[in-house]
Design a binder for this molecule. Structure first.
Ligand code: NAD
Ligand code: MG
Length: 386
């Protein structure tokens, strides 16, 4: 019985994780859950999985949730301290890090410090603080399993091989809904166009990131830290069918790939049960039913966000933190109707241009740079700072 703390349980990854837990009650027990403001769903999850600790965004939501539950319910905490308490819950053996955005960093880092194994969905943790987080992982000897489907595919394609023999890590990308759109059309994209992903059903922020291809950029940075490969060895192939989830190429020309129907339950379950596997309900792959598998090079001019991520890695140190912060602000501005789709990458680039990259020595310094990036990007976009 593996005891789990699930951070971001009300999100897309959180809900899929709980589906797997519900299908295998002999294998998993939930000891902690955290959510944002979706109290109705959180209440249902508490009733179904009986966690000991639950955390929500703020004190007001915590009060509301307490009133919705019987007196003998779980301990209800709130804010960053509450998230940290859930991430470090004494009984938890593994923490599923599925909060969206840089908000996931502090609770995930606390879980690592507490020696918990991590199933990592929150890629922003590695984008904003990759070196520091991997140092902590190595110092504490915790296991960090990727949930992101591409990184799960790379992880699986590396088994039994030596890192020294890897010539390239090839991340696949669906290309998002605008893969074939002209630059002129991209400037006219609406929020509902951008939220209409062809292959994956995900939270809003990552869906917009997929449409700009910043998601792939974040994944290049995630791969750099997870597998300790330099950026020049990480390639991106557009693969609109999303069947080949990523590949590893070796020096002898052999390529290992992992294939499957696109469904996050497969990589989530693998992170939870590694090295074992359990049924997930994911449909079997029938290659004969597909009309073909195609692969293309990404177009950096129509999708500049991907190029910005390579630049951030090259500039190094604090630059990916700034890029991520600006992306979160710009995506939020686009979702609320404040800026055009193509202005997202423009705002990120301008924010990066204002930053002098420097070494980050602590999570506190990461948070400082994250705040700086948000403020600068808001200034550029004419948005008031909260
Ligand atoms: P989502 O928006 O559906 O869910 C996010 C969760 O985080 C919710 O539970 C929400 O309440 C919580 N949350 C939001 N802001 C918070 C804050 N400030 N503090 C604490 N909790 C907060 O997002 P998602 O699609 O499930 O993605 C979660 C993470 O997993 C992201 O980092 C994303 O990039 C990554 N990921 C998602 C998918 C996918 O298929 N959805 C695939 C790969 C990786
Ligand atoms: Mg992915």
């Amino acid at each position: 019985m593996k005891k789990l703390a699930i951070l971001g349980s009300t999100g897309s990854i959180g809900v899929s994780t709980l589906d797997i837990v519900a299908a295998h009650p002999d294998k998993f027990q939930v000891v902690a859950l955290t959510g944002g403001g979706n109290l109705e769903l959180l209440k249902k999850q508490i009733e179904a999985f009986s966690p000991q600790v639950v955390a929500v965004l703020n004190g007001e939501l915590a009060q509301k949730l307490r009133r919705m539950l019987p007196a003998n319910g779980p301990e209800i905490l709130h804010g960053v301290e509450g998230m940290i308490a859930a991430a470090t819950a004494a009984d938890a053996e593994m923490v599923v890090a599925a909060i969206v955005g840089a908000a996931g960093l502090v609770p995930t880092a606390a879980a690592i410090k507490a020696g918990k194994d991590i199933a990592l969905a929150n890629k922003e943790t590695l984008v904003t603080a990759g070196r520091l987080v991997m140092d902590m992982v190595n110092e504490r000897g915790v296991k960090l399993y990727p949930v992101d489907s591409e990184h799960s595919a790379v992880f699986q394609s590396l088994h039994g091989h030596r890192m020294a023999d890897v010539s390239r890590v090839i991340l696949t990308a669906s290309g998002g809904p605008f893969f074939t759109w002209s630059a002129e059309r991209l400037a006219q994209v609406t929020v509902s166009d951008a939220l209409n992903h062809p292959n994956w059903s995900m939270g809003q922020k990552i869906t917009i990131d997929s449409a700009t291809m910043m998601n792939k950029g974040l994944e290049v940075i995630e791969a750099r830290w997870l597998f300790d490969v330099p950026a020049e060895k990480i390639a991106v192939n557009i693969h609109p069918q999303s069947i080949v989830h990523s590949m590893v190429e070796y020096v002898d020309g052999c390529v290992m790939a992992q294939l499957g129907v696109p469904d996050m339950k497969a990589p989530i379950a693998y992170a939870l049960t590694y090295p074992g596997r359990v049924p997930t309900g994911v449909k079997p792959l029938d290659l004969t039913a597909l009309s073909g598998l195609t692969f293309f090079n990404p177009d950096f001019s129509r999708f500049p966000a991907l190029k910005l991520a390579y630049r951030a890695l090259e500039d190094g140190e604090s630059m990916p933190t700034v890029m991520n912060a600006a992306n979160e602000v710009a995506v939020g501005a686009f979702l609320s109707g404040g800026i055009r789709f193509t202005a997202i990458a423009e705002a990120i680039e301008k924010t990066m241009d204002l930053h002098q990259p420097h070494l980050l020595n602590s999570i506190e310094e990461v948070l400082f740079v994250d705040r700086w990036g948000r403020e600068k990007c808001r200034e550029l976009l004419g948005i008031a700072n909260p």
